[in-house]
Design a protein around this ligand. Structure first.
Ligand SMILES: Cc1cc2nc3c(=O)[nH]c(=O)nc-3n(C[C@H](O)[C@H](O)[C@H](O)COP(=O)(O)OP(=O)(O)OC[C@H]3O[C@@H](n4cnc5c(N)ncnc54)[C@H](O)[C@@H]3O)c2cc1C
Length: 465
């Protein structure tokens, strides 16, 4: 199949662009809590990755995983290295530079009948970021995480060598350390991933109103048998018998017969115009928004064909929507609660949030399947809950309380979202897995050359003296 290759810029241009340093700026995650630092960029990842610094993609991780450490405030941003290096429609295997985004792949390959095997709730995510966070989507219960579809990584490891790693062959330990390893094993330069052939670019969607959290969990598990994609939006300010009410969305790719013949036009995007003052996100505003959203869904169940972007990426319709959280920014708290803890575990998290007055605009619930071999990959068989929380004076105390609750039910948190978890909570949540992760770091980066703000906070990383 003809994939229009993007030629590299000529050598003179490249020379001028290589290691384009930007002046000191604020480097932040999507939650907008940043620190001063410098980004270096180049089209040539082999050159950019010489000298071990943290990699960064499109900065869509919410917390501090793509923020450089305090004593070496530089990140190597991959977004100029955005070439598709090859695609074989027979095997559906794609090779791409780490800076290629899911949005670019969707734009170029969906017309030809291929989609990424797993997509998060935004398409503005690079291949490198998708592997490093081992992102999951609405199909985790069927297809697992992104890393489970990756066949090969080309890496620059912290000692400077270029290395290839595969899931079951060469350097498989390094492969699974990188999958969910939050960039701490060096730079991912290239990713081979098996794409998914889809019958049409339309989604057959079913939405239904759900009365409370217990019904939610039962329905999520039931719909999972029928639909490859499921997700729920929860009104997290509802209480009492309505606690956890919301809308459950399920979907599957429409067949060629069901789908309209035309290829859907790309969705128009608007930009959020300004930072909002903190009162704009007060409890009454969130309550009004959530109530409206819930009652918008008057019939109990609705079916229809929808645009793939509407289904997978509703939040992408408003660029820079994170400005809504103003100067102090926000955090997303995402945990997964094992099925073994019973469905009461999700109820306990929502009750705690409600007791402590946490008002979350966005509360998303997902069904997770089995964990993969990623040493710190997030999902496990159970239910994941994600809450957007505006930063206030008591945010640390709220996250501490949520973590204690999640710990007591055997759950864990998602590093791609986190900026507030204390190391002692993290160690306790990950006590069964952390040893192997740290051993892998000792093997591949004994001097801890590659560090992030997150690794300083959670692993106590410091530069070797
Ligand atoms: C609106 C929204 C919805 C989201 N929904 C989901 C969801 O449904 N499921 C989900 O799993 N996640 C979700 N996310 C989180 C997002 O998918 C991840 O944080 C992803 O890692 C971001 O990719 P990025 O390219 O922006 O990477 P960055 O945020 O820039 O970096 C993330 C991590 O990847 C590392 N990294 C990046 N590039 C490389 C590289 N080349 N080599 C080595 N390490 C690298 C960084 O060091 C960092 O640790 C969502 C985020 C947003 C903003």
């Amino acid at each position: 199949m003809e994939i229009p290759w993007k030629p590299r810029r000529n050598l003179d241009q490249l020379e001028a662009m290589a290691h384009v340093p930007r002046s000191m700026q604020t480097i932040a995650g999507w939650g907008r809590i940043g620190t001063p630092g410098t980004e270096i960029l180049s089209e040539d990842l082999e050159r950019l990755s010489v000298g071990a610094v943290l990699s960064r993609g499109l900065g869509r991780s919410y917390g501090d995983s793509a923020i450089p450490p305090s004593d070496a405030p530089t990140v190597a941003t991959t977004t100029l290295a955005d070439r598709i290096l090859g695609f074989d429609p027979e095997s559906a295997v794609l090779r791409a530079e780490a800076g290629v985004s899911i949005e670019q792949l969707n734009r170029r390959l969906l017309r030809k009948g291929f989609f990424v095997p797993v997509t998060p709730g935004t398409q503005f995510v690079t291949m490198g970021g998708a592997v490093a966070a081992d992102v999951h989507g609405k199909n985790h219960h069927v297809d697992g995480c992104f890393g489970s579809h990756v066949l090969r990584l080309k890496l620059r490891v912290p000692d400077g060598r270029l290395v290839e790693a595969t899931p079951d062959g060469e350097h498989s330990d390094l492969f699974w350390a990188n999958v969910g390893g939050m960039g701490l094993f060096g730079h991912i330069l290239e990713v081979d991933v098996k794409m998914k052939a889809v019958p049409s670019p339309w989604i057959a969607q079913q939405t239904e109103r759900v009365d409370d959290i217990d019904q939610y969990i039962d329905l999520l598990k039931e719909r999972a048998a029928e639909f490859p994609f499921t997700v729920g939006w929860i009104d997290c300010l509802s209480t009492g018998k309505n606690l956890g009410r919301g809308t459950l969305i399920a979907g599957k790719w429409a067949s060629a017969e069901e789908a309209p013949r035309r290829f859907p036009e790309p969705k128009r995007r608007i930009t959020f115009p300004m930072e909002l003052p903190s009162w704009a996100l007060s409890r009454p505003t969130v309550q009004a928004f959530n109530t409206l959203n819930y009652w918008r869904h008057l019939p109990r169940k609705m079916n229809g064909l929808v645009h793939w972007e509407t289904f997978f990426y509703p939040l992408d319709m408003i660029r820079e929507w994170n400005r809504m959280y103003g100067k102090r920014g926000f955090t997303q708290y995402q945990c997964v609660l094992p099925d073994a803890a019973g469905r009461g575990a999700a109820r306990r998290v929502l009750e705690l949030l409600s007791r402590r007055g946490g008002a979350s605009f966005l509360c998303v619930i997902k069904d997770c399947g089995e964990a993969n071999r990623g040493l710190l990959s997030f999902p496990m068989k159970g239910i994941s809950i994600a809450l957007d929380i505006a930063v206030r004076d008591d945010t640390q105390a709220l996250i501490d309380a949520l973590n204690e609750q999640v710990l007591s039910d055997g759950g864990r948190i998602y590093l791609a979202k986190d900026q507030f978890t204390r190391p002692e909570h993290f160690r306790e949540m990950e006590k069964a897995r952390l040893g192997r992760f740290l051993e892998a770091r000792d093997r591949w980066d004994p001097q801890r050359k590659v560090r992030s703000r997150q690794s300083e906070r959670l692993f106590g990383d410091r530069a070797a003296t």
